[in-house]
Design a protein around this ligand. Structure first.
Ligand code: AMP
Length: 277
């Protein structure tokens, strides 16, 4: 049976006997509005762990505008139905004041890997992510945590934080799930108009072509990618960049861990994607 938990004390009470019994506890942090990408993380966790906890928390600290936070889709009833069907052991879905009670004063700030790309496009975003993820790790005392490669930079920020703070948890990165037309699954896709939804796969298509061009050493690869995304109907591009996948530092030519990362605006929705080069 799936337990729905809203208080940290109840989560602790649930997890304590599992840990005393030596069970492996897996954690899947989400912001809800669940789709098949989230469920693939749940399945990865279930394959490795005795118990799986999914968290649903739209973390106000990681949104850099109030309107983006207000517009974020919230579908808790449907999410709980999906998670019951998936057979997760617990869903932790706390109200904001349970996570950030009066007097809360700590921020986790990761330098280096959190600086560029999402870090500079969305000031404060990764402080919000690192702070809430550190708290979810502490609240759940999970053994393993599952994150999507869809949010590649976030995954690297979490890995850096876990290493730097000696947090006793294993971080697992899972492949990006895509729609049949290549669009990376995202809770934000539900906000696209039918016209924009038809344009959206052009980002992945242009990135895929750019990977081939970069591998071939074509100097026009990046410019062609930019042009194709805008020509398809995207409104603007925050970045499309070739980076080292571990450090997120810029690369002028692919290396063995190179990644192409992109963020672009379509119809008032900010879409992100990344692929290996
Ligand atoms: P979110 O609810 O957007 O914060 O995402 C929760 C987790 O699901 C994060 O670790 C994401 O990287 C992961 N995720 C989101 N979309 C996908 C996807 N299309 N494929 C795999 N994982 C995903």
């Amino acid at each position: 049976m799936t337990q729905i938990v809203r208080k940290v004390s109840d989560l602790r009470a649930l997890v304590a006997p599992w840990q005393r019994a030596g069970q492996i506890v897996g954690l899947v942090p989400t912001m809800g509005a669940l789709h098949a990408g989230h469920l693939s993380l749940v399945r990865a966790a279930q394959a490795d762990c005795t118990r799986v906890i999914v968290t649903i928390f739209v973390n106000p600290k990681q949104f850099n505008t109030a309107s983006d936070l207000a517009k974020y889709p919230r579908t808790e009833a449907a999410d709980l139905a999906l998670l019951r069907q998936a057979g997760v052991d617990a869903v932790f879905s706390p109200p904001p004041e349970e996570v950030y009670p009066a007097g809360f004063a700590t921020t986790v700030s990761v330098a280096g890997v959190a600086g560029p790309l999402e870090g500079s496009s969305r000031p404060g975003h990764f402080e919000g992510v690192a702070t809430v993820v550190a708290k979810l790790f502490g609240m759940s005392r999970a053994d393993r945590a599952y994150f999507g490669q869809k949010d590649w930079q976030q995954l690297q920020v979490v890995r850096r934080m876990v290493a730097d703070l000696n947090l006793p948890i294993a971080v697992v990165g899972c492949e990006t799930l895509r729609e049949a037309d290549g669009l990376a699954m995202s809770s934000r896709n539900t906000r696209l108009s039918p016209r924009a939804r038809a344009i959206a796969p052009a980002l992945y298509a242009a990135m895929t072509r750019a990977v081939g061009d970069l591998r071939a050493g074509d100097p026009a690869a990046m410019q062609r990618c930019y042009d194709a995304v805008l020509a398809a109907g995207f409104d603007s591009i925050d970045y499309i960049d070739l980076r080292d996948g571990d450090t997120l530092q810029p690369l002028s030519a692919p290396n063995s861990s190179a990644r192409l990362l992109a963020a672009a605006w379509l119809d008032g929705v900010r879409l992100i994607d990344n692929i290996p080069v």
